[in-house]
Design a protein around this ligand. Structure first.
Ligand SMILES: [Fe+2]
Length: 241
């Protein structure tokens, strides 16, 4: 696959499976919006949580329907957003590559809403012991996880990676998340920026404004790493540059 375009490793694209699109029409609209925004590839990441259980066979069947809508632009791959609850970790470790991003060593994870960050170092070790690399979704959006918190530093020390949400860099996720996202960027702590899109517009896939803001705050090379090259390495199951 080419690298001219964004590679989005966090997107709720699949219809009728979580709090993303309700039907195929909404999935089609999201795909069209992503294509218009210059997104070359998307990993579809439905929640795998206590609220939204994930049947990976059902996900794959629904993704096949979405692929016929996308017609290779953007390319679509399967993954999930794994909640770090005991129940879902148990499900995950029964067959990890069913849940990792495009069957790679990389797994996208989120914290239960009221969990706090206390279990992050243990979780990072669990994945690492099995040769897997966890990516924590949107650390900037957890009020209990400021950029300099010991939990987040322990996550990073144990090999965990960080993915910020594009909309945090435009202010659409609120002032606190925006400040935290730019703080993490300045600390050189981020590895990926992804859309976390849930629909075509309100929580849409357009990452262009965020890219411009990140490029302006850092440099274009760094923005290219976060929006394209690092996520492409994930899809290809390669080490990050
Ligand atoms: Fe998400």
């Amino acid at each position: 696959m080419g690298v001219t375009g964004f590679v989005d490793i966090h997107c709720h694209l699949i219809a009728g499976i979580d709090d993303g699109p309700k039907d195929d029409q909404q999935t089609r609209a999201l795909i069209d919006a992503a294509r218009s925004a210059g997104i070359a590839a998307i990993v579809a990441t439905p929640h795998c949580s206590l609220r939204y259980g994930l049947d990976s066979d059902d996900r794959d069947a629904r993704l096949a329907a979405a692929e016929s809508m996308a017609a290779d632009t953007p390319l679509l791959f399967a993954g999930c957003e794994l909640e770090l609850s005991e129940e879902r970790l148990q499900q995950f470790f029964e067959d990890p590559r069913r849940y990792t991003l495009n069957g790679s060593r990389y797994v996208l994870v989120e914290l239960p809403h009221n969990a706090g960050g206390a279990s992050l170092d243990r979780a990072a070790r669990l994945f690492r012991e099995r040769g897997l690399t966890p990516i924590l979704a949107h650390p900037e959006r957890y009020p209990f996880l400021p950029p300099d918190s010991p939990s987040l530093l322990a996550w990073i020390d144990n090999g965990g990676l960080l993915q910020a949400t594009a909309a945090s860099f435009t202010g659409r996720m609120g002032r606190r998340a925006k400040a935290a996202a730019f703080d993490l960027l300045a600390r050189d702590a981020l590895h990926f920026v992804a859309s976390d899109a849930h629909d075509a517009v309100k929580r849409g896939p357009d990452m262009r404004e965020a890219f411009a803001n990140v490029a302006a705050a850092g440099d274009v090379h760094l923005a290219g790493l976060l929006f394209t090259h690092n996520p492409l390495a994930v899809v290809r199951d390669e080490l990050l540059a």
